[in-house]
Write a protein that binds this ligand. Structure first.
Ligand code: ZN
Ligand code: ZN
Length: 1010
């Protein structure tokens, strides 16, 4: 097997081949199974928010699966007894609609033609055929779910739990049935909860006014005169058809204009009835419109409350199908929107039209089908929510559950404190039928099992409520129903409460809040300790992905093309807290290149391990070269920082740390540095370098495994086989996750400058367009005595790698030398002498051009920031971002100006001084191939021109196609050279189009340098 895989390695990395083989391997070994009887390890559990059974994997699922799998694999490798529980949701409306459409298409029938029983049989058949698709798609992503425990919200056990919960809540008075106004979708033919309504805040509508004539009979001629001769009351509406259901006109009781009319009546101009004029201070704002308001209790939520307060008649004039009922008189039978026109026409005919004006109005649409919803008065079941919400608020207040990012705590609290009773009945067939039965007298019997007789009167002929429960009713129970509740199971004992609820913030109310309420009520304990809400995945411009925009990225195609590992790593690397994910294909390509890089590094290692003997222990410190010590120190730091990031749910930082270490430190540097030893004659040196390389790779595989499970497993097997390491587990998943440890900081300090210096010189070469063959003279100052020794010891190597004639001095380089470029890094500074090497005039021209562009950008932003309208209206984040950008540009301008001054041999900004701590006089050291003495100069040099123009942005812009860099604090030592020549970075917008692919960049860089 070993030879076989090595051949595969030699051919290059093929994700298709690698990813096909490991999922089954893990599963067969039972790695995914959470052991409910294992008390020896601490538990760590997550329930996967159940995707819809109708679903096909989209990026939201892929993100959820990735982040949860990262957590689960990391915890499992860290010694936890992990459970990640999968399942699907029956998705009431969605599934019913799909099957209805299918039957309509193939058989030209609707569900009523088939009847309830037959229709449900069809839905189950559909579920059997297609319901496992989303699970398979999760497997292709590598999600290490415990498939032995897969559940479905309508399986037997969960149905039992739903019924149990319903009955208990009913018995506790927390579920009731009432005739109330609810949101109704005339197309889906069902009630919806408030959360299932898409609110359009400012729909462009019309506010139309008409007059209600005052009733003559009620008052008499005398009173009419008292009212200032008023003969009518003018009201305004956005929905004229509802006037047919009006049962009152309301005014503010203190409104002088109408005081004398209170208690009188108006005449309905289209129907034979009179409406009272009532005073209602809660409903009426006297300043709005005429100060008089029509009241339609059966078709408006506010009016419904008025109707209850005043005991008004509630007349339904729009039926469940969106057509006008018999009660609508002259327009009965018309569709509601046709009726709107007709009512206006009829009233105009009677001379009662009082004009209209455009009006922005809120509009509710069905989340499923976008149909404009209609408030409908009907008998529905509700959960009395306040008693459930209170403990769920308290649990968060006392820290029983915490939200990450923390800001979501406020969102949660605000909603929970203003929560309304939850309408849970749906007029669908697919779902949990409500366990309530009615006798002929209308008595209700709620029971766990179908009762034989009425609980009130004992009559035997009962019929079950036809409605089903809201889909979210069953998913609210998910954290405990899936573990066997209402039985007291070992699984519940071991894994409840779950450790983390990880989901999108768009369902904080649907899922998180309701799971909290139900979990606390029925389990006496919160359902999860931590709620991590991930950001939304958007396109590269930050726009929502949608089919109409054509910017949807399909994770299935991406996985096919680049591999699950690349997709997973990309999603994790982009998941920063509190910021949407902007996903571009280039990013995925970039991380695919990362996988490739690791593959090639491993291949290189395999080819250089001949004679390697696993010693079972690390090489002695005394055997290590400075480069060996350095990479081991960096490895430990990467481990520490990855763990800190994971513990704080900073997925992007964890991924970024690993990426930075593997690509830039291990592959770009250490492997290059170790080549000499690996191919040299000295067997002792070779053995040590081999041991360090193996240690770095094996640790990197483990560190990276939660993010890129497939490739790391493959490489682990190959390398483990090659080095015949007995002590290592035969799967990376079964190996311990790297642990925090002491970082050898002395090694970092001592060898870090060597790397920094080479990087800095290379960077100056790039920025200044130094011809590849030229060997500029470079003066280098190193402050730390130990580092100085190391740099001197490595001088030949530095010279070779940087192609420069170097001289190393202690302390500080000459403060100012004309026509040199300065670069400063931690522990060193250097000057590259450019005269005679570079065309300085051309460089000045280039800098001038760049300054010009920068001034334009800056002026644009400043204009915006000086515009009070912008400051007032734009979101705070946007303004802050612009301010930060302006600061950034100013800083860059300073650097460019200084740089320009250096090039032209004048001093730009004497105030800016270098910051090296050691103020000793520079001591030239005769060491370099071209030991020209450093000339003393009159003034300190400006800040390094060659350092990165701007601090690394928290999130790279599009043009920076290469995967994300580490934040500044880590990158400091090497930031000078880790980027392509300055030109590639200048103009984000312009660069975006021809954006370089990171893969190419990586290759190009390697070629150019080594
Ligand atoms: Zn609908
Ligand atoms: Zn009865």
């Amino acid at each position: 097997m070993n030879d076989e895989i090595r051949t595969a390695l030699a051919k290059g990395y093929s994700h298709r081949e690698v990813e096909a083989r490991w999922y089954r391997f893990w599963r067969e070994r039972g790695y995914f199974h959470g052991d409910e009887h294992d008390a020896s390890r601490p538990p760590f559990s997550i329930v996967l928010p159940p995707p819809n059974v109708t679903g096909s994997l989209h990026l939201g699922h892929a993100l959820t699966a990735t982040l949860q799998d990262v957590l689960i694999r990391w915890k499992r490798m860290s010694g936890f007894n992990t459970l990640w529980l999968p399942g699907t949701d029956h998705a009431g409306i969605a599934t019913q609609m799909i099957v209805e459409k299918e039957i309509e298409r193939t058989e030209k029938k609707n569900r009523h033609d088939l009847g309830r029983e037959e229709f449900l049989r069809r839905v189950w058949a559909w579920k059997e055929r297609f319901g496992s698709r989303i699970g398979e798609q999760h497997q292709a992503l590598g999600a290490s779910l415990d498939w032995d425990r897969e559940r479905f919200t309508m399986d037997e056990g969960l149905s039992r739990a739903v019924r149990e919960v319903f009955v208990r809540l009913f018995e506790e008075g927390l579920i009731y049935r009432e005739k109330k106004l609810i949101n109704w979708c005339p197309r889906c033919h069902t009630a919806l909860s408030d959360l299932e309504v898409n609110h359009e805040e400012a729909h462009a509508g019309e506010l139309w006014s008409f007059a209600y004539p005052l009733s003559a009979e009620a008052g008499g001629a005398g009173e009419e005169r008292e009212a200032g001769g008023a003969t009518e009351i003018v009201v305004a509406t956005t929905r004229p058809e509802t006037m047919l259901g009006d049962t009152a006109v309301a005014v503010h009781p203190d409104d002088e204009r109408y005081r004398s009319l209170l208690g009188r009546k108006v005449r309905h101009p289209l129907l034979h009835r009179e409406l009272p004029i009532i005073g209602d201070a809660l409903l009426v704002d006297p300043a709005f419109g005429t100060g008089a308001v029509k009241v339609t209790p059966a078709h408006d939520f506010n009016d419904f409350e008025v109707g209850k307060r005043h005991g008004l008649e509630m007349i339904t004039v729009i039926g469940p199908d969106g057509r006008m009922t018999e009660a609508a008189g002259p327009v009965a039978g018309l569709d509601r929107f046709a009726a709107r026109k007709e009512v206006k026409r009829l009233l105009a005919e009677k001379g009662l039209d009082r004009g209209s004006k455009p009006h922005l109005m809120p509009l509710g649409r069905c989340q499923r089908c976008e149909t404009v919803l209609e408030p409908l008065l009907s008998d529905q079941w509700f959960v009395r929510i306040e008693p459930l919400a209170r403990p769920a608020i308290e649990a968060v207040e006392r820290g029983g559950t915490r939200f990450i990012p923390e800001q979501w705590t406020n969102t949660y609290m605000a909603w929970m404190r203003n929560i309304h009773d939850w309408c849970i009945s749906r007029q669908l067939w697919w779902g949990h039928q409500i366990p309530a039965w009615y006798c002929a007298d209308g008595h209700v019997t709620v029971a766990r099992q179908a009762p034989t007789r009425c609980g009130t009167c004992g009559k035997e002929s009962l019929r079950q409520d036809e409605d089903v429960l809201d889909t979210w009713f069953s998913s609210a129970l998910w954290p405990f129903s899936t573990m066997g509740w209402p039985e007291e199971t070992a699984t519940l004992r071991t894994f409840y409460p779950t450790s983390v609820m990880e989901t999108g913030h768009d369902i904080i109310f649907f899922w998180v809040a309701r799971m909290m309420m139900m979990g606390i009520h029925f389990m006496g304990e919160v359902p999860f300790r931590t709620v991590y809400l991930h950001p939304m995945v958007r396109d590269e411009k930050g726009q929502k992905m949608s089919k109409t925009k054509g910017n949807v990225i399909d994770p299935l195609l991406i996985t096919e093309e680049y591999g699950a590992d690349a997709l997973r790593f990309t999603l994790a690397a982009l998941t920063a807290q509190g910021r949407d994910i902007k996903l571009a294909r280039e990013r995925i390509e970039g991380y695919r290149a990362f996988a490739n890089k690791l593959w090639n590094a491993s291949r290189f290692a395999l080819m250089n391990l001949s004679g390697y003997e696993e010693r079972g222990s690390d090489p002695l410190a005394s055997e290590l070269s400075p480069a060996d010590r350095w990479i081991l120190a960096r490895l430990q730091r990467a481990v520490n920082e990855t763990l800190e990031a994971l513990e704080a749910f900073r997925f992007n930082d964890a991924a970024g740390t690993i990426y930075q270490f593997v690509w830039h430190e291990l592959c770009d540097w250490y492997i290059e540095l170790a080549k000499e030893a690996l191919s040299g004659e000295d067997a002792g040196r070779r053995a040590v370098a081999q041991a360090v390389l193996v240690r770095c790779l094996m640790t990197s595989y483990r560190l990276l495994h939660p993010f890129m499970p497939f490739i790391t497993e493959e490489l682990w097997h190959v390398l483990r086989g090659e080095v015949k390491a007995e002590g290592w587990a035969d799967s990376v998943y079964a190996s311990p996750y790297p642990q925090k440890g002491q970082v050898d900081e002395a090694a970092e300090r001592s060898f870090g400058p060597v790397i920094g210096i080479v990087d800095a010189i290379r960077n100056v070469r790039g920025e200044m367009n130094v011809p590849p063959k030229a060997e500029p003279r470079v003066s280098i100052a190193v402050s730390d005595p130990e580092a100085l020794l190391t740099v001197r010891g490595e001088a030949a190597r530095v010279r070779r790698l940087a192609r420069a004639a170097i001289e190393v001095v202690e302390g500080k380089v000459a403060p100012y030398v004309p026509k040199t470029a300065v670069a400063v890094g931690p522990g060193f500074e250097l000057r590259v002498h450019l005269a005679g090497v570079v065309d300085l005039a051309a460089e000045v021209a280039r800098v001038d051009k760049e300054l010009e562009r920068l001034e334009e950008d800056l002026a644009g932003i400043d204009r915006k920031l000086k515009n009070p309208d912008f400051i007032r209206k734009a979101p705070v984040e946007v303004v802050d971002k612009d301010r930060a950008r302006a600061d950034e540009l100013r800083e860059k301008r300073g650097k460019l100006e200084a740089h320009r001054a250096m090039l032209s041999g004048t001093e730009a900004n004497p105030a800016r001084r270098d910051t090296m701590e050691n103020q000793n006089e520079p001591k030239p050291v005769a060491e370099s191939a071209a030991p020209a003495p450093v000339e003393p100069a009159p003034a300190p040099a400006p800040a390094a021109p060659a350092v990165e123009e701007a601090p690394p942005a928290p999130e790279p812009t599009v043009k920076k196609a290469a995967p994300k860099r580490k934040p500044a604090r880590k990158a400091a030592a090497r930031k000078v050279a880790r980027k392509p020549a300055a030109k590639a970075k200048k103009k984000p917008a312009k660069k975006a189009k021809g954006g370089k692919k990171p893969a190419k960049r990586g290759k190009g860089k390697g070629k150019g340098r080594k």
